[in-house]
Design a binder for this molecule. Structure first.
Ligand code: TMP
Ligand code: ASP
Length: 261
């Protein structure tokens, strides 16, 4: 691990140089942050679960023809991905009002939206990821009009598909965040889905009782975050047979102590 070249360390993930040109390794940390890094914690087992859940969702999306950066999962915490140039926009889709939409516009959490609402945020920690519109994005050259059109269409397709996946396991997809990146193929560019899709980047409510199965458990001090993520993984059918949370947490301790040597 230490011999690898670090490309970028984010709040919840680290990118290393990959084994071949055009690849990176994406490492999922246990760190949780919220409110632009103002609130922080390390939650044992979170990275392992996000790695699995994101692998599953990206693989499903690949199968319906959505191009993504994902190549394969390497181990408990790492994925091999295509190296992409991240477009500095966070694309948020909302199906049900919650979070900052509810706070900003005074719409009670849980209100169904007639149609999905797409929002764009400029990726900048210093500025606290401000909300921007198409004009800002095109005018400031973060993406062209055509690229933004493509990103928006892909996002709505991904939303339809993910709503179905989660509905099938008794979960409402309230909202989520996507990131896209560019890959060069000769002189041509391709835009692919990048980053991750996990309970860190989605709001997922249990249909039966609206119990939160996502990072709001951390943002709002509800506790039980790893248990909730584990439940999502189990319902998706991706927890290895017989795994329990104690084993995951024990596995993490081992990985951490090896890393420190
Ligand atoms: P928000 O209601 O806080 O704006 O969040 C909307 C969705 O986007 C929610 O599912 C969480 C996700 N999100 C991220 O993944 N990363 C972020 O930095 C933020 C602000 C939100
Ligand atoms: N990930 C963001 C942060 O670190 C915000 C969030 O997800 O609430 O602050």
């Amino acid at each position: 691990m230490s011999r690898r070249k670090l490309i970028y360390e984010g709040k919840a993930k680290i990118l290393y140089e990959g084994p071949e040109k055009g690849t990176f390794i994406q490492y999922f940390k246990d760190d949780a942050t919220a409110f632009n890094n103002k609130k922080k914690a390390v939650i044992g087992g979170k990275g392992v679960l996000n790695n699995r859940i994101s692998e599953f969702l990206f693989t499903q999306l690949n199968q319906i023809g959505i191009k993504t950066h994902f190549i394969k999962r390497l181990n408990m915490r790492e994925q091999l991905i295509k190296s992409v140039e991240i477009i500095p926009i966070e694309v948020v889709v909302r199906n049900i009002a919650a979070g900052t939409l509810s706070n900003r516009l005074g719409i009670s959490e849980g209100t169904d939206l007639q149609r999905p609402i797409l929002e764009f945020y400029y990726k900048s920690d210093e500025l606290g990821d401000p909300l921007v519109n198409d004009d800002h994005i095109i005018n400031l050259n973060w993406a062209t009009r055509d690229e933004l059109q493509f990103i928006s269409e892909q996002t709505l397709r991904i939303n339809d598909f993910l709503i179905g996946i989660f509905r099938g396991i008794g979960i409402k997809l309230v909202d989520f965040k996507l990131e896209f990146g560019k890959i060069w193929i000769g002189d041509d560019q391709e835009i692919v889905l990048a980053d991750e899709i996990s309970p860190d980047t989605c709001r997922l409510w249990n249909i039966k009782d609206e119990r939160k199965l996502d990072k709001d458990r951390f943002r709002r001090d509800l506790g039980g975050l790893v248990e909730a993520y584990q439940e999502v993984a189990r319902r998706l059918g991706i927890m290895p047979e017989g795994t329990n949370i104690k084993e995951i947490k024990a596995g993490i301790t081992k990985i951490k102590s090896l890393k420190n040597k």
